[in-house]
Design a protein around this ligand. Structure first.
Ligand code: NAP
Length: 331
C-alpha cells in the first residue's frame, strides 16, 4: 500500500548529530556526491572513510583531501554507516560482491537516490537499516553552499527501520551534509525514484535539451547565423531560470517584455501542448512499471553501445561548437 507522508520541513533544530557520532561513515565512491558529502561530513566532526576500487582515478584526490581510502569491500567492512555513492547502475554488482558480504546487524545503508532500492537492484538483508538522503543539487553546489554556511534541500526516506532510529539517522546525515540548513522533506524511496527519473527525463535534462537544440536548429535552418541562434535560444536560459527560481513562473512573465510575454502565452502551449502531455504520461507509466530501469540495466550489461552512440551524436551537434565559441568570448 502507498505510504502517505504528511508534508513537513525538517531543519537543523529537528536533527541531532549524536546519531552519527562515534560511528565510521564509509562512502562508497568519491565522485560528484561522494567528495562533497565526505568533506561536509568531516567538517561536521564525523569520521569518514572512502571506499574505491584499486587503481581508481579518484583514489589520489581522496588521499590528497586527507581521507583514508580502502578497497570498496574493506570500507564496507569498516563502516557502521555505508553510503552508496557509486553510480546507480553499478549498485547491483557492488552491493552483491563488496557490500553485502560485509553487512552486520546494526549497520545502516544510505542511498542518495531511490533508484536501486525501489527497482530492487539492491535487496538488503532485513537486519540493517536502509535510508535515503537525496540532496537536491550537484555535489559541487552542495559543498560551496556548505562552506558559506548554507545548504541545499534534500529528501529523506526510510526503507527499513531495524534499529527503530533510522529516521533520526537520516536527519542527522542530512544535517551533517548541510541539508537541514535549507530544508529536508520526508518521502518514500518509490516517490523519490519515480519523481527523479521523470523530472530528469521529461523536463530538466531530456525535455529541456531537446527543446533548446530544436529551437537552435529551426533558426539556423531558417537562415539565421548559428551564433545568433545560440544566443536567442540557449545562452539566456540562466536569466530565465534564476528569475523563475526567485519569483515563480508568473513572476518571470512579469519581468520580461510585454511582447515576449504575449508571444509566450499564445505560442508556448503549441509546443508543449496536449500531445506532449500525453507523451509525458506514457513516460511516467513506463518509469513506474520499471520499463526504464530494465532498459538501462540491459544497456549497461550489454556494454553501453547505444549509450555511447547517443553520447557521441549529442557531443558532435554543431550547437556544441558554437556554445564553446560563445563561452570563450563571454567568460
Ligand atoms: N550527481 C548529482 O548531482 C546527484 C544528486 C543527488 C543524488 N545523486 C546520487 O548520488 C549517487 C552517486 O552519483 P554521482 O553523480 O556522485 O556519481 P559519480 O560522480 O559518477 O561518482 C561515482 C563514484 O563512484 C566510483 N566508483 C565506481 N565504481 C566503484 C566501485 N566499484 N566501488 C566504489 N566506488 C566506485 C566512481 O569512480 P570512477 O569515476 O573512477 O568510476 C566515482 O568516484 C547516485 O546514487 C546518484 O543518483 C547524484
Amino acid at each position: 500500500m502507498r505510504k502517505n507522508i504528511p508534508f513537513r520541513i525538517y531543519l537543523d533544530k529537528h536533527s541531532d548529530l549524536k546519531y552519527l557520532r562515534h560511528k565510521v561513515i564509509s562512502l562508497i565512491g568519491y565522485g560528484n556526491q561522494g567528495r562533497a558529502q565526505a568533506l561536509n561530513l568531516r567538517d561536521s566532526g564525523l569520521k569518514v572513510a572512502i571506499g574505491l576500487p584499486k587503481g581508481n582515478s579518484d583514489v589520489k584526490l581522496a588521499r590528497k583531501d586527507g581521507f583514508e581510502v580502502y578497497s570498496t569491500g574493506e570500507a564496507a567492512k569498516r563502516g557502521d554507516i555505508i553510503a552508496m555513492l557509486a553510480p546507480d547502475h553499478l549498485h547491483k554488482v557492488i552491493f552483491r560482491k563488496q557490500v553485502m558480504p560485509n553487512l552486520l546487524p546494526g549497520k545502516t545503508l544510505v542511498f542518495a537516490c531511490g533508484f536501486s532500492i525501489h527497482f530492487q537492484l539492491v535487496v538488503p538483508p532485513e537486519f540493517v537499516d536502509v535510508i535515503l538522503v537525496a540532496p537536491h543539487a550537484p555535489g559541487r553546489v552542495m559543498r560551496e553552499l556548505f562552506v558559506g554556511g548554507k545548504g541545499v534541500p534534500a529528501f529523506i526516506a526510510v526503507h527499513q527501520n531495524r534499529s527503530g532510529i533510522a529516521k533520526n539517522t537520516a536527519l542527522a546525515y542530512a544535517k551533517a551534509i548541510g541539508c537541514t540548513r535549507a530544508g529536508v522533506f520526508e518521502t518514500t524511496f518509490e516517490d523519490e525514484a519515480i519523481g527523479d527519473l521523470f523530472g530528469e527525463q521529461a523536463v530538466l535534462c531530456g525535455g529541456l535539451s531537446e527543446l533548446l537544440k530544436t529551437g537552435y536548429d529551426v533558426l539556423v535552418e531558417g537562415g539565421l547565423p548559428p551564433e545568433n541562434a545560440y544566443l536567442e535560444c540557449v545562452h539566456q536560459l540562466d536569466y530565465i531560470v534564476s528569475t523563475i527560481k526567485s519569483y515563480g513562473l508568473a513572476g518571470m512573465f512579469d519581468r520580461i517584455s510585454k511582447t515576449a510575454e504575449f508571444g509566450a502565452y499564445i505560442t508556448g502551449n503549441r509546443i508543449i501542448g496536449p500531445r506532449a502531455k500525453k507523451e509525458m504520461k506514457t513516460i511516467l507509466k513506463e518509469i513506474k512499471e520499471g520499463k526504464f530501469a530494465r532498459e538501462w540495466m540491459k544497456e549497461y550489461e550489454g556494454g553501453m553501445k547505444n549509450y555511447n552512440k547517443m553520447k557521441r551524436q549529442k557531443a558532435t551537434h554543431p550547437l556544441e561548437r558554437i556554445s564553446k565559441k560563445i563561452r570563450m568570448l563571454t567568460e
